[in-house]
Design a protein around this ligand. Structure first.
Ligand code: PNS
Length: 168
C-alpha cells in the first residue's frame, strides 16, 4: 500500500522551514499531501487559493507532492484522502506542548492516525510565517526565509494593498 502522509498547516505564507520539512518527509513517505487550512476566522494575508497556488508552484516539478485546501477536522480529511499519517514540524521545545495536545486529540478522534514529527534544519528553527510577514512589512530582508515566489507575492500584495497588509 502507498505510504501517503498529510502535512497540514495554515501556510500564510509557506516558508523555507515548511519546505525543509516537506523535503525531509519526501525521503520517508511515497507521497505528501499538503493540506492548507481554509479557516477564514484567522484572517489570512493570502487567500486559500493564493496559499495553495504558491505551494503548487514551489513543488511544480515534484510529482510526489499534492496540495489541497481543507476545513473541518484534519483526521476526517486524512481519512478521506486515504492517509494514516500526519506530519508536523517541531522547531523548538516551545512548539511541543501545542503539538502534543493536537497529536493526542487527533489520536482520540481517530486512533488509526499517527502523527509523525520532523525537526527542520537548525537555520529555520526560529522561522514562522508570522515573523516573515512582520520582518517584510518593516523593510527587513526575507530572502533566505521564503521561496522566491513568496517574496514576489508579498511584494505585490504590499504594493497593491498596503492597508490590508498592515492589518495582518
Ligand atoms: O500552521 P498551523 O497553524 O500550525 O496549523 C494548524 C493545523 C491546521 C494543523 C490545525 O489547526 C488543524 O489541524 N486544524 C483543523 C481542525 C482540527 O482538526 N482540529 C482538531 C485537532 S486538534
Amino acid at each position: 500500500m502507498e505510504n501517503k502522509a498529510v502535512y497540514p498547516g495554515f501556510f500564510d505564507p509557506i516558508t523555507n522551514g515548511h519546505v525543509d520539512i516537506i523535503q525531509r518527509g519526501l525521503k520517508i513517505f511515497d507521497r505528501i499531501l499538503v493540506a492548507v487550512l481554509k479557516n477564514p476566522k484567522k484572517r489570512p494575508l493570502f487567500s486559500t487559493k493564493e496559499r495553495v497556488k504558491m505551494i503548487q508552484n514551489i513543488f511544480a516539478n515534484e510529482k510526489k507532492i499534492e496540495v489541497k485546501a481543507f476545513d473541518g477536522l484534519l483526521v476526517e480529511f486524512a481519512k478521506k484522502n486515504n492517509s494514516r499519517i500526519v506530519i508536523r514540524g517541531l522547531r523548538a521545545i516551545s512548539d511541543f506542548e501545542y503539538e502534543f495536545q493536537m497529536a493526542l486529540m487527533n489520536r482520540k478522534l481517530n486512533p488509526e492516525i499517527e502523527t509523525f514529527f520532523l525537526m527542520p534544519s537548525v537555520q529555520y528553527s526560529f522561522l514562522s510565517s508570522k515573523l516573515v510577514k512582520e520582518v517584510f512589512m518593516l523593510g527587513g530582508c526575507i530572502k533566505d526565509l521564503v521561496p522566491q515566489i513568496v517574496e514576489k507575492k508579498l511584494r505585490y500584495k504590499s504594493k497593491k494593498n498596503p492597508r490590508g497588509f498592515l492589518d495582518n
